[in-house]
Every structure is written in structure tokens, then in C-alpha cells.
Ligand binder design. Structure first.
Ligand code: ZN
Ligand code: ZN
Length: 490
């Protein structure tokens, strides 16, 4: 398609302290934070991008003048277009129209038979509780990270108090410090998604974290709510002994109110449910959790939420819980990623932890159904964790394998169509573990492996052990001998 003004889709957003311009095109986008620290991201270098880039100072000055004079951002749009057209002729562009203002980054993961593979983060905080980003920023971050789904899960307890830091953040944003509707952060995010015509799905959720009254119970996310305000319950900072006794179980009111709305309930970061820091092998699951589980108040658990929890993985399998890998993000995403990259993981990758959801269609209802039916995988660094049948199908749909037998060797061609990478061991002719050849198959890579073997005619199949596809709990990463096995016959 040739560019004309109707296809040139700059998106501009003005906030308190910075300014973005997004140009969505087939082979590049620009993201400029012009005021309060220049932050330019460019995909696919192009003559026109370079020109726009050089004009960044002019943009900043001009836009500031516009804003000071309270002229609508329409003029800003016009200005971008003028600059664009002055420096680029129409024929220079092939444009792919996207309904999203930012190009999705990565994580091309194949769909399964009958199911779309959707990428989600079901644990996100905003300035409406103790997060440091606005709902709109959470949407932008999610789109940049290639997500299909986010759940806004602000704490419902924190509306009763005013913390200096978050109180200030709210004042700066012109928000009331207390007594606002608990639905507001979701509604702002959803309105913003509509405004920018993004196909990101936003789920109305909340986190119940009754730390003060019930430190031993931990935190729960409740998803797919109709009205978060109905979950308000009595919780105290520094409760008296009398209050402790009287209100001990009041968090149950919030859980009941969520369940009455048909919520999916998720047990969060089970390795540090108490005040202690992450204790990966000391996961909280006491008689109260058992009671909640029996009564249908827990359907899922975070295998990853500030740590991977092998013990939680054990009881998730035992109790058939839906598996999640979420960020529980409070910082801005760029800060989170810096912290996360440093947490000792090997093979760091440019994606945030995700929950892959296998949904019949791209809708809130279909996602809800998929979660209740436990159709998820955890996507963490290069690892996919969860049920073997989904891991196998993802591998099958990602990698095409061709086996060729010659007189004294076997040739294996591995062609990876996905953006996932795979650590593959090849078990052929009953080689023992230490002699199995190992390969790292990178995203979109093709590898041809030839393997000399004496009694080649006796070999009728090859086993592929994929070390980064994990369906059993593991105590260590990188994993040893935990990956699933995929067998292919000649
Ligand atoms: Zn929490
Ligand atoms: Zn949280």
C-alpha cells in the first residue's frame, strides 16, 4: 500500500511530564519521550525516520508552545504530518495498517489446534494503589511488550490510607487521594485502549492483600469482576487486639463478593505470602488455604511472581490449579526489567514473564473459560512451564523436523518458525545422556544436524528432549533432565 495522509497514523499522547509520538508502519516505529529525558526507540532505519529524528528538538519546542496555548493536539498531528511529507515522498513508504499504535515487539508463539495463543499478565498495579505508573502507561507497556491481555489488579485495601509517596503521585496526577471508586484504574485503562483503537484486552481485577489482619493468608487476585467497589472490606493499619479478633476473617467478605461476581481467584506469589522475603522452598499453604481451596475460592496459582516456586508447582499439579507467570509490577516496566535481568537468571531474554492462555477466541469470556479450564503455560525467560500436552503442541507447531536416513548417518533438519528458542538434546540409537548431542535452536533458525551411526538400519525413531519445556517442578535453573520428550519415527 502506498502512503497517503489517511494511512499515516501518528498517535500522540500528552501527559504531565512527557510526550510520545508513535508512527506505526510495516517496518519501523518511533517512540519519542521528548520532555523529561529523551528516549528514542527506532525500529528499522529509514530515510524518513532519520529526518524526523533530526527534528526532535523542533518537535519538543513546538509542541510545548502548542500545549501552553492550549491548542488541541490536532495541530500537533498536522505538524508531524507536515514534517513527514516535507521530507519523504509518498512512494517511499510501504505501509501496513495496524489497529495498534505501537508495533508488537516479539513473542510470536504459534496457536494450538482450535485455540489462539494469547499472551497475558494477570497481575499489574497502578498509581491507584501502590504502583508507579498510570493505567495508560500500563497499556503502553503491555503493547510494547507484545501482550494480548492485561489484568489491572490494584490493591483494594490501600484506599483507606494515604502514603506520602503514593499520595504525592496521586496529587501530581490530579487524582483524589482517597474515596475514589476502586473501578477507576480499570476504567481509565479501558477507555485509553478504546481511544487508541488497540486490541489489547483489559480485565477488571483486584488484589486482596489482608496483610495487617491476616499476615499468614497471603494475597489473592480476583479476575473478571463486574464491580470492584463491592469488594470493600474492613482492614486496619495497626489493628488493636479487639479489632484483630473481631475482623479476622473479614477478607473473606471480599473473596465472597468476588465469587458472587463469578471471579476467577488466583493465589499470588505463594513463596512470599507472609512478611518474609521470597522463600522459594517454604511456600505458604496452610489449613486456611486448604479450606479456601475446598470451598472453591482458589482456582489458580502464580508459579512465577517475583520468584519461581517449586513447592507451589507441586501442589498446583496435585490440586489441578491453573498456572500463572505474572510480573506483579509496581515499578515502571523499564525499571522492572533492569531489576529482573539482574536476579541471577541465566539466558536472559527480552521479554517479561507471561502467562500464555489458549483461548477459543480473542474475548474476555473466552479467556475466562480458558483460565477455568487450566489452558495456560508460564513463559519465563527461555522456559515454558506447564502441562506436557500444551508444551508438545507448541513445539510441534513451532519446529518442523525432517529426518533422513542414509547408509551410515542420520540427517535431521530442524526449522524453527517461532520466536521461541529451544534447547534440544537428541537421543538417537540409545545414546546415553552424556553423549546425546545438544543444540540451541534460535528463533526462526534452521539447523541441519548429521549424525554418524553404525547400525543405522536398526534406528526407527529419534527422541528430542527439549530441556526448556518443563512439566515437572524443578529446584534449579537451568534445569537438568526436566524437559519433555518428543519422539519422531522414520
Ligand atoms: Zn501481593
Ligand atoms: Zn500485587
Amino acid at each position: 500500500m502506498i502512503l497517503d495522509s489517511s494511512h499515516f497514523l501518528p498517535y500522540m499522547q500528552v501527559k504531565n511530564d512527557h510526550f510520545f509520538i508513535f508512527l506505526t508502519m510495516s517496518n519501523f516505529y518511533i517512540l519519542l519521550h521528548l520532555k523529561g529525558g529523551l528516549n528514542v526507540a527506532i525500529r528499522g532505519f529509514h530515510h524518513c525516520v532519520a529526518v524526523l529524528f533530526d527534528f526532535r528538538t523542533a518537535f519538543a519546542v513546538y509542541i510545548e508552545v502548542i500545549m501552553k496555548n492550549r491548542i488541541k493536539s490536532l495541530f500537533g498531528f498536522a505538524f508531524v504530518l507536515v514534517i513527514g511529507f516535507t521530507n519523504c515522498t509518498k512512494s517511499e513508504f510501504l505501509i501496513e495498517i495496524s489497529n495498534s499504535h505501537i508495533k508488537r515487539e516479539y513473542a510470536e508463539i504459534p496457536n494450538l489446534d482450535g485455540f489462539l495463543t494469547l499472551k497475558g499478565d494477570f497481575h499489574i498495579h497502578t498509581v491507584f494503589s501502590d504502583g508507579e505508573a498510570t493505567p495508560e502507561e500500563r497499556v503502553d507497556e503491555a503493547i510494547l511488550d507484545g501482550l494480548d491481555i492485561i489484568a489491572i489488579t490494584d490493591h483494594i485495601e490501600y484506599w483507606v490510607w494515604v502514603d506520602e509517596k503514593f499520595g504525592k503521585l496521586r496529587r501530581d496526577l490530579g487524582l483524589p487521594e482517597r474515596s475514589f471508586s476502586l473501578n477507576l484504574s480499570y476504567e481509565i485503562a479501558q477507555r485509553y485502549v478504546n481511544k487508541i483503537s488497540s486490541d489489547l484486552i483489559v480485565i477488571r481485577g483486584a488484589e486482596i492483600a489482608p496483610d495487617d489482619m491476616n499476615p499468614e493468608i497471603g494475597h489473592f487476585n480476583v479476575l473478571f469482576l463486574d464491580d470492584v467497589d463491592k469488594l470493600r472490606y474492613t482492614n486496619f493499619w495497626n489493628p488493636t487486639e479487639a479489632q484483630k479478633i473481631r475482623y479476622k476473617y473479614s477478607y473473606m467478605d471480599a473473596l465472597r463478593a468476588a465469587k458472587a461476581q463469578g471471579a476467577f481467584i488466583l493465589f499470588n506469589h505463594p513463596g512470599h505470602a507472609t512478611d518474609n522475603v521470597s522463600r522459594e522452598n517454604d511456600v505458604l499453604w496452610n489449613s486456611e488455604h486448604e479450606m479456601l481451596f475446598e470451598q472453591g475460592f482458589i482456582q489458580g496459582v502464580e508459579l512465577y511472581g517475583w520468584g519461581y516456586f517449586p513447592m507451589a508447582h507441586h501442589y498446583a499439579i496435585e490440586k489441578n490449579l491453573t498456572l500463572f507467570g505474572n510480573t506483579d509490577i509496581h515499578d515502571k516496566m523499564e525499571v522492572y526489567k533492569q531489576l529482573w535481568w539482574m536476579d541471577g537468571w541465566i539466558g536472559k531474554q527480552q521479554h517479561r514473564p507471561m502467562t500464555l492462555v489458549f483461548a477459543r477466541e480473542r474475548s474476555v469470556e473466552a479467556i475466562r473459560e480458558a483460565l477455568f479450564e487450566r489452558r495456560t503455560l508460564v513463559y519465563l525467560h527461555q522456559y515454558l512451564i506447564g502441562e506436557e500436552k500444551y508444551l508438545k503442541e507448541i513445539f510441534e507447531k513451532s519446529v518442523e523436523i525432517t529426518l533422513i536416513k542414509t547408509e551410515n548417518e542420520v540427517e535431521i533438519i530442524l526449522k524453527n518458525y517461532s520466536n521461541l528458542s529451544f534447547n534440544i538434546r537428541i537421543d538417537i540409537g540409545n545414546l546415553n545422556y552424556y553423549f546425546q548431542p545438544r543444540y540451541l535452536l534460535q528463533p526462526r533458525e534452521t539447523q541441519t544436524i548429521t549424525h554418524k551411526i553404525n547400525n543405522v538400519m536398526d534406528v526407527d525413531s529419534v527422541n528430542f528432549i527439549i530441556d526448556n519445556l518443563i512439566n515437572t517442578p524443578t529446584d534449579v535453573f537451568p534445569t537438568v533432565n526436566k524437559g519433555i520428550t518428543y519422539t519422531l519415527e522414520f
